[in-house]
Design a protein around this ligand. Sequence first.
Ligand code: M6R
Length: 613
Amino acid sequence: MCGIVGYVGRRGATDLLLSGLRRLEYRGYDSAGLAVLRDHALRIEKTAGKVQALADRVFETWSPKERSEAHMGIAHTRWATHGAPTQANAHPHTDGSGEIALVHNGIIENYAEIRARLEAEGHRFRSETDTESLAHLIGACYEGDLLQAVCAALKHVQGTLGIAVISAREPDRMVVARRGSPVVIGLGDGETIVASDAAAVVAHTRQCVFLEDDDVAVVTANGAELRNVHNVPVAREVSRIDWDASAAEKGGFAHFMLKEIFEQPDALRNSLRGRLDAGQGTAVLSGLNLSAREMASVDRVVLVGCGTSLHSAMVGDYYFEDLADIPADVEQAAEFRYRNPILSPQNLVVAISQSGETADTLAAVREAKQKGALIAGICNVVGSTIAREAGRGVYLHAGPEIGVASTKAFTAQLTVLLMMALKFGRCRRLSRQKGLDLCAELERIPELVSAVLARNDQIAAVARRFADVRDFFYIGRGYLYPVAMEGALKLKEISYIHAEGYHAAELKHGPIALLDRQVPVVALLNDVPGREKTMSNAQECRARHSPVIAVITEGDHEAAALGDACIEMPRASARVAPIPTTVALQLLAYHVAQARGCPIDQPRNLAKSVTVE
Ligand code: M6R
């Protein structure tokens, strides 16, 4: 996710902004930039790549006076969403006059409309970003008062934002605002530091004000005055932050993995944002770049991926067959090019990869291209190799994933796959009413995930009971079969406990020989089709003295009775249930690993991105 830093005070802003950006590097980004104000003029520097590259440019091309005599400025690390990670797309962006500069986190949903209107009025845009439309809009509203201009512009904007804005005409004050994307104001001694997270503030002050949605603040060296978008004063508490810098990077969570697990409601909201058409009961996925006729003529879908992304491919297989009526297959990306896959121009190969850099998945994309199939990528990292080479696809918009164990990317992959299957289905035989029902199910996903997160303490208590065992089994059926595999993968990679995910029916074809009192079985008994049969399989495990951890739908006493321990899920449809259920299994794995004292964010032998075969 992008990062914002702003400074106004007695010290030189430039060095302070650069050190603030360094503190936000952990969030992941692909370009950086800053703007400072000196002698009533803005000086802007931007670069693709790292903060160090930005610092090098500043130190090479700015005089020491330029660096030290600017006392106000804004800076940004950008994680590309709209437009590639280039210098032109890096923030800050300016308005038509070049006198107003803006940094922005979030997504302006109606940017295309704003841009078209302003271009028709003569504004010239210099980037592909959604953000630039807001910079121009503020400029268009400016009549000598930056606060008024920001408030006026925000009335026309839909989407999420955390912003910091400065004007060459108002040298001592900055305007910041929040709508869905965090902004914290650090109150120092004769200086004020603004940031998108406390990590960039705690080195300077621990007295902080956290903006709430639709708050706008005028920030000066002496503090901040808060208002709402209607320019009416509001009061917010000053909080004291006791985290050290490293805890602040993790937003107060003990590990990035836990932070990313808890980010899922927001990450999934971002994946869904602007993509559901409630009128037609379909999904809007412009990056797919396929006409309705082309979608209708796809006669087979092949989903490829590795690790966690392979598990989402397995769920996607069900989605495409059930909703779009298209035969679908899953291929392990590592095997794909060695098997002489039979592909035609009517086949769609869907390459799934959080990083967009996994060597085997990339090789599968190249093989599919060679054979003339249609290709679509589902990636999180914008501009990554797979996203570029696939040429079409859907970004997850889940924000950067730093923990080696993939969490929010998986649930976002399932959300995107469900939307893709809906889109293909609506171009084929899926009725409008079924499409509308599915849109309603999709909209509920963030709240279902929040309901699971609210049970974190209960799940932690279950985890502690089973933290000392050496082997685990996970069983499930239908949509929950890949979820069992994903739950087992999460556990083994971070806790080093041997874990196997099996189809519930497969257990008695061999692995049941391994069950005894020392081997717990996590049984996915959600109240969805297949529940009764999985309950019988759980009985078989109990008969071999295995402790059963029953994952059940809340209020299902019959399924609960099978468990030595229970994890309750909110009621969800069969198609959506994999998402909240996975979140519960992520928490289970996390708390087991924590009880065992494992290095959760960087497990032994594992890398975040596997770029070798
Ligand atoms: O970036 P990708 O989604 O292509 O990565 C694929 C796997 O390497 C990845 O999912 C891996 O299995 C994770 N460590 C699982 O948590």
